[in-house]
Design a protein around this ligand. Structure first.
Ligand code: ADP
Ligand code: MG
Length: 600
């Protein structure tokens, strides 16, 4: 036999497809919730156990499935949502590929219960790794319940690849939050190991946001609403002072589909120019409605990117509308027209905002004006002042100055062979030359090693707060904080759970003693999240705290502080590199210096 090509058996083809569609429990949750939404449900419940690894159940009151459909839906490419290729250009549903259920069934044990309103009897089906194990008629309410047990039970390699329960739960909460934000009219609940995570009543967008992020959110958000010829945008942006140290709460939805788009994110962040610092992340939930023909939805189902036909115009509109909401809140007109064309697209109906635009122009002109002035001597003087130490140790009398001039050539390095450059680098003489040390990176290294050691040996003391502070977090951050609590307690954090989403901070490590506990906790969680490459929890925590507590570039150090820093750096295990692998020290040997001056 010389023919070698054969068709893969269905269960193998499904498993391969599952590798793409189903990466983790959160992918199952996303697919099931989207199916419930497509089925026209008004109430959906999600129940998970063990980060969704052993148990995920979605129950809805949607249109249900007939007996035949209940069998059919597990087949590959079985869908009720499109029937011809061109249908995807007018697609209104979340799904259309007919791949999700087939993929899920190939890598887990599934139970389906479903009934259509007009049917007397419902259907129960049990499937294990694509094989139907049981099918029977049952009495059931209208709607569908799908339970997915022991995900990847038949693919140990994939099961082992899953993260800890708290991490997987966080992914699920993130997925649930996105879908809940996109569908506020649907009542949605979520339970994790019997604990209630969310109970969301049906409502409008504003109510949904407050239910998800806390009632107080209401005071911190501004509404956005604009109809243009290409897109409609509505939603909310956070007031600048509500910006967080963590990136978590930023959402774009395009035709109810959550998307990630760095370009559009830039448009929003850009509209906060001068209102927030670079370390802050503005809150936003923006819904974009666009003709489906103007976007490409035929992207991979797990991908959250989307392709717009006219990306640039959309950027300008997003930037302008967020700026407008912020400008109205700030009273000072803050509206900067992006381009003339854009206003052709913006069929703004409100007269008031047009007035704002025209009064805004002179204001901007005035602000920019300072940059056009030719530099005067005074400006240069200011520039040098900035580079000088802020704290001067009193002014020298002319007598002292004369004396100083006289002695300045007489070996100044004899008594002091260490000094600071631009409040950033430390220069020190060593036996065979000089070293330049980056003060911030060096301090990060020192603290990093100290924290790592403390994580093994409980040595850091915490600075008790006179008045304990409470910190409120969203559900996904709450799970993350609980996950790292044992470790950060070893480093001197005295934090306890107070109730749902709330923690009380009684103490923090001395180096981090800070008045803004909320910001500190957010900073730690955000930094921790961003370190995905390194898997070791202790290292991630030590690195995060070292970054936060280190002396920063631009800080003036006393001679003593500098020499302690250098001593401590050289007693580190790896003094040459900061915890994230950047150089802390640059050395110049006397030979190097000779070479530079072409001396022999
Ligand atoms: P797709 O959503 O891309 O059509 P799926 O594999 O997710 O593919 O689902 C296959 C089909 O099963 C759907 O087209 C739909 O007809 C049916 N279905 C799945 N979930 C539900 C549900 N919760 N309620 C009613 N029908 C459902
Ligand atoms: Mg689907």
């Amino acid at each position: 036999m010389s023919d070698i090509i054969k068709l893969l058996p269905d269960h193998v083809a499904n498993q391969i497809a599952a590798g793409e569609v189903i990466q983790r429990p959160a992918s199952v949750v996303k697919e099931l919730l989207e199916n419930s939404i497509d089925a026209g449900s008004t109430e959906i419940s999600l129940i998970i156990r063990d980060g969704g690894k052993t148990f995920i159940q979605v129950i809805d009151n949607g249109k249900g499935m007939s007996l035949t459909d209940a069998r059919m839906c597990w087949e590959r490419h079985a869908t009720s949502k499109i029937s011809a290729a061109e249908d995807i250009y007018t697609i209104k549903t979340m799904g259309f590929r007919g791949e999700a259920l087939a993929s899920i069934a190939s890598v887990s044990q599934v139970e389906l219960k479903t009934k259509k309103v007009e049917d007397k009897l419902g259907t129960l089906i049990l499937i294990e790794a694509t094989e139907v194990k049981k099918q029977e008629g049952i009495s059931f309410q209208q709607g569908t319940s799908i339970t997915v047990k022991n995900l990847f039970f038949n693919i140990p390699a994939r099961r082992n690849f899953l993260k800890s329960n708290p991490v997987e739960s966080r992914h699920i909460i993130d997925e649930f939050t996105r879908i809940a934000l996109a569908n506020p009219h649907i009542a949605m609940n979520m339970f994790n190991n019997e604990d209630e995570v969310f109970v969301l009543k049906s409502g409008n967008y504003h109510q949904r946001i407050c239910d998800l992020f806390g009632v107080k959110t209401d005071e911190h958000i501004l509404s956005v609403d604009e109809q243009t010829t290409i897109i409609n945008v509505h939603g909310f942006v956070g007031k600048p002072e509500f910006s967080k140290k963590s990136r978590g709460e930023q959402f774009f939805f395009v035709n109810k589909r959550f998307i990630k788009d760095a370009y559009l994110n830039h448009a929003v962040v850009n509209s906060y120019e001068n209102l927030i610092t670079k370390e802050q992340f503005p809150f936003y939930v923006l819904y974009i409605d666009i003709d489906p023909a103007q976007i490409d939805v035929n992207i991979h189902p797990t991908k959250t990117e989307i392709k717009f036909e006219d990306e640039r115009s959309i950027y300008q509109i997003i930037r302008a509308v967020t700026k407008k909401s912020l400008g109205q809140y700030h009273h000072v007109p803050n509206f900067e027209p992006a381009s003339e064309d854009m206003f052709l697209n913006l069929s703004t109906t409100s007269k008031q905002s047009e007035e704002k635009i025209s009064t805004a122009k002179p204001q901007i002109f005035r602000e920019n004006n300072t940059f056009n002035k030719p530099a005067t001597k005074n400006d240069w003087q200011q520039l040098f002042d900035v580079m000088k130490p802020k704290e001067t140790v009193g002014t020298m009398s002319s007598f002292e100055r004369k004396n100083e001039e006289k002695t300045s050539f007489a070996e100044p390095q004899q008594t002091k062979n260490i000094f600071q450059l631009h409040h950033t680098f430390i220069v020190s003489q060593i036996k065979n030359g000089i070293i330049l040390v980056d003060q911030q990176k060096a301090h990060e290294r020192i603290l990093y090693e100290k924290y790592l050691e403390a994580l093994d040996r409980k040595t850091i003391s915490s600075q008790q707060k006179l008045f304990p502070k409470t910190v409120t977090l969203n559900s996904s951050d709450e799970i993350l904080l609980k996950d790292i609590l044992p470790e950060i307690r070893l480093l001197g954090f005295d934090i306890n759970e107070l109730g749902k989403n709330t923690f009380v901070v009684n103490g923090v490590p001395a180096e981090l003693n800070h008045h803004d506990e909320q910001g500190l906790v957010e900073y730690i969680l955000e930094n921790y999240k961003q370190q995905t490459a390194q898997s070791d929890k202790k290292e991630k925590i030590a690195r995060t705290l070292a970054k936060r507590a280190s002396v920063k570039t631009g800080t003036k150090l006393s001679d003593e502080e500098m020499s302690v820093l250098i001593d401590e750096l050289f007693s580190c295990k790896i003094p040459d590199y900061s915890p994230d692998g950047k150089s802390c020290i640059v050395k110049f040997s006397v030979e190097d210096l000779f070479g530079m001056f072409e001396k022999k």
